[in-house]
Design a protein around this ligand. Structure first.
Ligand SMILES: Cc1cc2nc3c(=O)[nH]c(=O)nc-3n(C[C@H](O)[C@H](O)[C@H](O)COP(=O)(O)OP(=O)(O)OC[C@H]3O[C@@H](n4cnc5c(N)ncnc54)[C@H](O)[C@@H]3O)c2cc1C
Length: 406
């Protein structure tokens, strides 16, 4: 991910002349957000693109998530990549008409330790990037009719609100329409095409083998997310790749709920590097372990985001397996939904849908970038932040600054 020597040929701005049917400058395997961000960037660079997906529409991680471009919570190289992603998302939204809102993230503090972590982040990043909020301001953003005083003091460990922070750089998109909308846009471009229902079975330089025959391209990008192990099991094993499954739900929002910002809580602060690197983070972990051990056992990141129709996406838990069991544990779902209801200051949420999401994960690193043959690259985000990084990765791929990972 460093900006050292380019590892792939620089992008050309040449469009393949008609008369070479079926051959594209770039062939992309996978119509999730990683593949589609690369397709958008390639088309923007004047390249011809073919995207292949085994399914008939995007149904992978990219439509099952919160639609949260969680830029500010990253640190180091990932922060730089996430910041690079932001203008890409906004350009793609403008071009394709998909919804992307500069809504930011609201991090809720319900103890002095949580507030201390936010204050420490503000001290490091500055008051423009981390805007501290009082308890009353945080309660108003959440639409809490009790002013934020109430908390269950139990499973979610909450007393009332003590404050919060708004991280304005973060974006929100609708995960249910972002990838499908981008796919539509790609297919409408004169030099873009998507072949749905086309499963890839193998790849070599210049050729992708599919269930509908070979597809040819100068440059091949394999963006199949957590299913990389089906195509390249040795590569996935070498990176320690696993499937992370997450319990999710969509709920009717309480009547007073207003903010369009994504909402993060203490368990979120234990999962993102911007917070875990702060001096008070260790104390926060002990505190959460003391009052919410059950949430830590399910790997909870208690957070929620609002869809344009006003309903809220609620989650999530983290369990790691080589192969994903299909069963969704009701106790896990109840714990998460109860914890979100507590932040919102309501007794219960009316659940409209439930599902399980799956993404690629690895303890060995947040990204897998490997060159498999001349002009053939595999690219998976193995840290659960593919929405955040997608357009930054695509920009770095096409300017030649995305180096292979070890
Ligand atoms: C519940 C949940 C919450 C999340 N929350 C966030 C968040 O808040 N912020 C964030 O940044 N990220 C979040 N993520 C992570 C993010 O969703 C993923 O990192 C990202 O969507 C991965 O995109 P992808 O394109 O690699 O994979 P996918 O979206 O899974 O797409 C891969 C595509 O490849 C296709 N494919 C696979 N194999 C083949 C083959 N052999 N031939 C043809 N096609 C194939 C599949 O059909 C699929 O369409 C979350 C994920 C989940 C599940």
């Amino acid at each position: 991910m460093s900006s050292s020597t380019p590892t792939t040929a620089p992008a050309t701005t040449r469009i393949r002349a008609a008369g070479t049917p079926g051959r594209s400058d770039v062939v992309i395997v996978g119509a999730g957000i990683i593949g589609l961000a690369h397709a958008f960037e390639a088309l923007s660079n004047g390249l011809s693109v073919t995207v292949l997906d085994r399914d008939r529409q995007p149904v992978g991680a990219s439509v099952r998530n919160f639609g949260h471009c969680c830029i500010s919570a990253q640190d180091g190289e990932l922060l730089a990549l996430a910041q690079r992603s932001r203008p890409g998302w906004l350009r793609a939204a403008k071009a394709s008409g998909i919804w992307a809102e500069e809504a930011g993230t609201l991090v809720v503090a319900r103890s002095a330790t949580e507030a201390a972590v936010l204050e420490e982040l503000r001290a490091e990043r500055g008051g423009d990037a981390v805007r501290l909020r009082t308890a009353a301001e945080t309660a108003a953003l959440l639409g809490r009719t009790d002013g934020g005083a109430r908390g269950d003091g139990g499973s979610s460990g909450s007393g009332g609100l003590v404050g919060g922070a708004l991280l304005p750089a973060d974006l929100r998109v609708n995960p249910r329409e972002a990838a499908p909308g981008l796919a539509r846009w790609v297919a409408e471009q004169p030099h873009g095409r998507i072949l749905w229902g086309t499963a890839v079975t193998g790849v070599e330089s210049g050729t992708v083998h599919t269930t509908r025959g070979p597809v040819h391209g100068d440059r091949i990008l394999i963006c199949v997310g957590h299913d990389l192990d089906y195509l390249f099991p040795d590569l996935a094993e070498d990176h320690g790749m696993q499937r992370c499954r997450l319990t999710m739900a969509r709920a009717a929002a309480p009547a007073a709920f207003r903010t369009h910002a994504a909402v993060l809580t203490a368990t979120s602060m234990l999962r993102y590097d911007a917070f875990t690197g702060r001096p008070s983070a260790a104390r926060l972990r002990e505190e959460v372990q003391g009052h919410s051990a059950e949430l830590l056992e399910i790997g909870a990141n208690v957070m929620f985001t609002r869809l344009p129709d006003g309903t809220v996406l609620v989650g999530d838990s983290h369990h790691y397996d080589a192969t994903t069991p299909p069963f969704v544990d009701e106790r896990t779902a109840e714990l998460l939904i109860g914890a979100v209801a507590d932040v919102l200051g309501v007794q219960r949420l009316r659940i409209l849908e439930r599902w399980q999401g799956v993404y690629a994960s690895s303890p060995r690193g947040p990204l897998l970038v490997r060159d498999l043959a001349p002009g053939v690259r595999a690219l998976s985000v193995t840290s659960g932040i593919g929405m955040t990084l997608s357009f930054g990765l695509a920009a770095a791929t096409f300017d030649g600054t995305l180096a292979p990972t070890a």
